[in-house]
Design a protein around this ligand. Structure first.
Ligand code: TXA
Ligand code: MG
Length: 317
C-alpha cells in the first residue's frame, strides 16, 4: 500500500482547498483537519472519526487577527492567557460569531479556538486563507495519536494524507478554558498545568464531573481507551502479585524493576512533562502486545501529573 504519510505541505494545502481531510501534527496530538467554512469537509471529519455530532470541534488558527471573524468578544482573562500560552497547548472557549457553523460548535453559542505551536502545522496554516477545524486523530473513544504511524494504523487508506511532523512534544491534548461570568473555568485538563493557568489569571474554576456533561458533552467519561483492560494502582508491585497468573504490562512513571511483566517507563528522569510526552505512545505499544491487563501507576497530583491521571481514569472507565 502506498504510504499516505507525507512531508509535502503544499500538497496538503491543495487537498484542504479541495475539501479533503488531512491529518496534521501539533505539539499536543495529531488532528484530523478540514476547512471550517466547508460543510462537506466538516462532515467528513465527523464520519471518519465516528464522532457523534453533539461533540464540537476546535478551530485552529495561526494569527490572532483571524479571531475577528470567529468570536464576538474576548474577555480580559482570555487575552492574558493568549499572551502567555499562544502559540501552544491551550484552547479557549469564546462566544462565536454567525460565520462559524453550528456543525463545528454542535449548536453551541461558543467556539473553541487554539493556536498550535508546531512548526509544520503553522506553515500549513499560513498558506491557507481559512482556519482548520480538527479533533484529535483517533477513532471516537480510542487513544489519541502522538505520531504519524499511530494515525496511519487507525485510518490507513481512508485518509488522503498524513502530514509528517515527528512525535508530538507535549503528548497530551490542549488544556481547555472557558469563561463563565468572566471567571476562567477549566473544561479539560491538558498540556498546560492548572498551576500555570492560575499563575497567569489568578483563581480558576474546575468543573466537576457532573458539571462537565452539559457544558462539553464531548468530554465523555470513557475516552482514550486501549482495547486491553487497564487498571490504575498506587501500589504497582502488590497489584502485579495479585494478578501473577496473567500476562501483565506495566505503565510506570520511573521505576524499572518489575519482574515477569512488560514494563514501559515514561520518564527515567522522573519528569512529569516527559512522562506526558510518552504516555499515549506507551499505551499504544502495550495495547498491541496481546496482554491480559495493563497496570498503570497513579501519578503524583501535581503539574502535568494531574492531566496524566485524568487521561488514565478515563481510559479505565
Ligand atoms: O490538543 C488538542 O486540543 C487537539 C489538537 C488536535 O488540537 N484537539 C483535540 O480535539 O483534542 P478533540 O475534538 O479531540 O477534543 C476537543 C474537546 C472536545 O471534548 C469538545 O467537547 C471540546 O473540546 N469543545 C470544543 N468546542 C467546545 C465548545 N464550544 N464548548 C465546550 N467544549 C468544546
Ligand atoms: Mg479527542
Amino acid at each position: 500500500m502506498k504510504s499516505v504519510i507525507t512531508e509535502d505541505i503544499a500538497y496538503c494545502q491543495e487537498l484542504l482547498r479541495n475539501n479533503e481531510i488531512v491529518a496534521i501534527p501539533t505539539e499536543t496530538v495529531y488532528g484530523l483537519a478540514g476547512n471550517i467554512y466547508e460543510e462537506e469537509a466538516i462532515k467528513k471529519i465527523f464520519e471518519m472519526k465516528g464522532r457523534p455530532l453533539f461533540n464540537p470541534l476546535i478551530v485552529h488558527i495561526h494569527d490572532i487577527s483571524q479571531m475577528d471573524a470567529l468570536v464576538k468578544e474576548v474577555p480580559e482573562a482570555a487575552r492574558a492567557l493568549m499572551k502567555t500560552f499562544w502559540p501552544g497547548p491551550l484552547t479557549l472557549i469564546l462566544p462565536k460569531k454567525e460565520g462559524v457553523s453550528d456543525l463545528i460548535t454542535a449548536g453551541k453559542p461558543t467556539v473553541g479556538i487554539r493556536m498550535p505551536k508546531h512548526r509544520v502545522t503553522r506553515a500549513l496554516l499560513q498558506g491557507l486563507d481559512f482556519p482548520l477545524a480538527a479533533p484529535s486523530a483517533n477513532p471516537f473513544t480510542k487513544i489519541s495519536s502522538t505520531s504519524s504511524q499511530h494515525v496511519a494504523s487507525y485510518f490507513g487508506s481512508k485518509i488522503p494524507a498524513i502530514l509528517e511532523g515527528g512525535p508530538c512534544e507535549v503528548g497530551l491534548e490542549s488544556t481547555i478554558v472557558g469563561f463563565e461570568a468572566g471567571v476562567p473555568t477549566v473544561y479539560r485538563k491538558g498540556g498546560i498545568s492548572i498551576a500555570a493557568i492560575k499563575e497567569c489569571v489568578g483563581q480558576v474554576k474546575l468543573l466537576t464531573k457532573e458539571e462537565k456533561a452539559p457544558v462539553a458533552p464531548g468530554m465523555l467519561l470513557k475516552h482514550y481507551a486501549p482495547s486491553t483492560k487497564l487498571m490504575i494502582s498506587e501500589t504497582v508491585a502488590e497489584t502485579i502479585e495479585e494478578h501473577a497468573h496473567l500476562k501483565i504490562g506495566v505503565l510506570s512513571f520511573f521505576k524499572t524493576n518489575y519482574e515477569n511483566c512488560t514494563v514501559k517507563v515514561l520518564s527515567e528522569q522522573k519528569s512529569l512533562d516527559e512522562a506526558a510526552q510518552h504516555l499515549f505512545s506507551a499505551l499504544h505499544e502495550l495495547d498491541q502486545m496481546h496482554l491480559d491487563v495493563i497496570i498503570a501507576e497513579r501519578f503524583p497530583e501535581e503539574g502535568l501529573g494531574i492531566s496524566i491521571n485524568d487521561r488514565l481514569e478515563r481510559a479505565v472507565h
